[in-house]
Design a binder for this molecule. Structure first.
Ligand code: 5GP
Length: 186
């Protein structure tokens, strides 16, 4: 059983890289997290996230249904469901996670060498700020929170197995693909 974690600040491009890998490697399957944040346009329940209420999320915490969960932003809960890993294992595929830095390190700690932990780094905080503004999904307040969190998250990259600098998206995808192939063949 192998697992691959993609972490990095919001706006680093990790979700797009993860989507590229999933589209090009049929061995991989995405662990769909649960979250209490509102659904964005183009997102789908059960595909991008399981969008649930804070009450439902808290009930799942009480039922011990998460491997890890975080209140990533105030009232913005995100968590990895144990049932997702079971579902993907049963299908004989490799689980890919797109989680925040703390969640990712938690998963790495739980699974050790079975887990490849990749940190996706934006070229700079200024560039990350620009990308988030361009993405147009954030309010001034949530943008401010995401940039502040990114500054902190950038200090964690040393704890990861591999770092991908996402300067050029195509190149970052190619390098990520190579890392994954190597890990799966080890
Ligand atoms: P977004 O709101 O942009 O989709 O995600 C915000 C942050 O929460 C991202 O860094 C994302 O990777 C992280 N995240 C998504 N799912 C999980 C999860 O299950 N656990 C943790 N700890 N973080 C998550």
């Amino acid at each position: 059983m192998k697992l691959i974690v993609f972490c990095g600040p919001s706006g680093s491009g990790k979700t797009s890289i993860k989507n590229f890998l999933l589209a090009t490697n049929s061995q991989l399957a995405f662990s769909v997290s649960a979250t209490t944040r509102p659904m964005r346009e183009f997102e789908k329940h059960g595909v991008d996230y399981y969008f649930i209420s804070i009450e439902e999320f808290k009930a799942k915490i009480s039922n011990n249904e998460f491997i890890e969960w975080e209140e990533v932003y105030a009232n913005g809960f995100y968590g990895t469901l144990k049932s997702e890993i079971e579902r993907i294992n049963k299908a004989g595929r490799v689980t890919v996670f797109d989680v925040d830095v703390e969640g990712g390190l938690h998963i790495k700690e739980s699974f050790g060498d079975k887990c490849l932990a990749v940190f996706v780094r934006p070229p700079s905080i200024t560039e990350l700020h620009k990308r988030l503004v361009k993405r147009g999904t954030e309010t001034d307040e949530s943008l401010r929170k995401r940039v502040a969190k990114a500054e902190l998250e950038m200090t964690y990259e040393k704890y990861f197995d591999r770092v991908i600098i996402n300067n050029d998206f195509d190149l970052a995808c190619e390098m990520s693909g190579q890392l994954v192939t190597k890990f799966l063949n080890e």
